[in-house]
Design a protein around this ligand. Structure first.
Ligand code: NAP
Ligand code: MG
Length: 453
């Protein structure tokens, strides 16, 4: 029996649309369709597969405004972010469209023959996406998967199915053959879990919470199913006294409040060198108060609402510490919350250790370089982080010492589609994006050919 889910606009709490949710039987049917399509998709000539991916990229780009507006409506993303997100899908498709013609193997010297390796596709790849960045996270999975010759079943989060459904239609419009790229809207516990248990799915790319990621990894063990995990974060923004404090303070709100803090890379722990703590905090307060939280369809909006009432309640349950200061937010309908700054006293505080996934940041002072590194690493997570200093040797020393997959110096930007992205420790397993992501979507096959008579 199928059921429906009512998609809510988080900025107004109005119903956008009722979507049908797939049950187990539907999920299995789609997986079978993808498995059938694999036989022919893997045989498509590399140049033709490249052309199809470029066509898909172009169609996405041609529909960027429509896709962006859907995301504003469905997820409350600011229009500026949503346009970037639609473009990111097109860019990632374009980037990996170069891969089919460059999936090189090796020729390895061996005695008595010739040895060559091939990068073979895996089969059906299941991509499970969270609600915080529905478009880019889907693209980071499906673009390299398709490029390497796999077929894809994509499950968006229940809250945010709209852009995924549209991308499924746009793929067909671009000429991607039926069954190659499939979108199945349904519950994680049903459809997502079926990707794990159905043996026709050969790999899972999961982005979401660490709790569900652990369940998926354990489930995949049963079939030795390949898995890539992109999980939570509690990233540190480390500000040294020798940095441009004004610039660091002006950039710090965007680094954590972008997407209402619902960002695995959010710099939700700010570490400030003691000697400049007060100077930083007064500049930071001004920047937070100026941060524009408003109707996300406005071009001026820097932050929209949270995704749901449930998420808002969960984030607000963390506000047990004394609040240092807040920014502003609209009142009335919608899941709005003002950017909030806390100053916990101890690193054992819940707000310092747990991923809040909302517009809340904790600030703490540090003594010296060693203390900054120790405090930054005092976390189960290790996804991103920033280091602000004008001493380039120190910047590199600290970047090497912080246990995290993606660090930025004098910048808070973590994501470029042509560089690897992923986490240390409980922030994940494997890397997405960049030149090496294709390794996670292929098996290496070694073939020896005897040449002796
Ligand atoms: P979530 O509950 O882990 O859900 C993520 C996805 O997994 C959704 O599509 C969900 O479907 C599905 N799912 C839930 N239970 C499942 C199961 N048992 N088997 C298979 N799939 C299942 O996370 P969320 O609430 O959407 O997102 C918030 C969390 O994700 C945060 O902790 C955040 O840090 C993390 N995150 C990490 C990254 C990263 O790149 N590292 C990016 C974004 C988010 P339903 O929607 O139907 O529940
Ligand atoms: Mg969940």
């Amino acid at each position: 029996m199928s059921s429906t889910y009512e998609v809510i606009n988080p900025a107004t709490e109005r119903i956008v649309k009722a979507v049908e949710l797939a049950d187990l039987a539907v999920a299995d049917k789609v997986i079978q369709r993808a498995n059938k399509a694999f036989a022919s998709w893997r045989q498509v000539a590399p140049g033709d597969r490249a052309k199809l991916l470029r066509a898909f990229a172009q169609v996405v780009f041609d529909h960027r405004e429509e896709l962006a507006k859907l995301e504003v409506l469905n997820a409350g993303h600011t229009i500026a972010n949503a346009l970037w997100e639609a473009d990111n899908v097109a860019n990632v498709l374009n980037y990996y469209s170069a891969a089919p013609e460059r999936l090189f193997g090796k020729q390895i010297p061996v005695p008595n023959g010739v040895d060559i390796t091939f990068k073979e596709p895996l089969g059906v790849v299941g991509v499970i996406v969270p609600w915080n960045f529905p478009m880019p996270i889907a693209g980071w999975g499906f673009a390299p998967a398709l490029a390497a010759g796999n077929t894809v079943v994509l499950k968006p989060a229940e809250y945010t199915p709209m852009t995924a459904m549209r991308l499924g239609e746009l793929a067909l419009k671009a000429g991607i053959p039926e069954g190659v790229f499939n979108v199945v809207v349904g519950k994680g516990s049903i459809v997502g879990n079926r990707f794990v248990t159905n043996p026709l799915v050969r790999k899972i790319v999961f982005t979401g919470s660490t709790t569900v990621g652990k369940q998926i990894m354990a489930g995949c063990a049963d079939q030795i199913k390949r898995v890539t995990l992109e999980l939570g974060g509690k990233s540190a923004n480390i500000i040294f006294a020798d940095s441009d404090i004004e610039a660091a303070a002006a950039a710090a709100p965007g680094a954590v409040f972008d997407n209402a803090g619902q960002d695995c890379c959010a710099r939700s722990r700010v570490l400030v060198e003691k000697s400049v703590f007060d100077k930083f905090m007064s500049a930071f307060e001004m920047a937070v108060k100026k941060f524009r939280v408003e109707d996300p369809s406005l071009a001026t909006a820097q932050m929209g609402p949270l995704i749901s009432k449930k998420q808002l309640d969960s984030v607000q349950s963390y506000l047990t510490e004394e609040v240092a200061f807040t920014g502003g937010a609209p009142t009335g309908a919608g899941f709005w919350m003002a950017p909030t700054v806390l100053m916990p006293k101890k690193t054992t505080a819940k707000v310092w250790q747990e991923e809040i996934f909302g517009p809340v940041v904790s600030v703490m002072a540090f003594e010296d370089e060693a203390d900054a590194i120790a405090k930054a690493n005092d976390s189960d997570f290790g996804l991103s982080g920033s280091i602000w200093t004008n001493n380039s040797s120190k910047a590199l020393r600290v970047a090497r010492a912080v246990e995290s997959g993606n660090l930025s110096v004098n910048s808070n930007s973590s994501v470029r589609y042509w560089t690897p992205f992923g986490g240390y420790k409980q922030s994940g397993l494997g890397r997405e994006l960049g030149p090496d992501a294709l390794d996670s979507f292929t098996e290496v096959k070694n073939v020896f050919i005897a040449t002796d008579k």
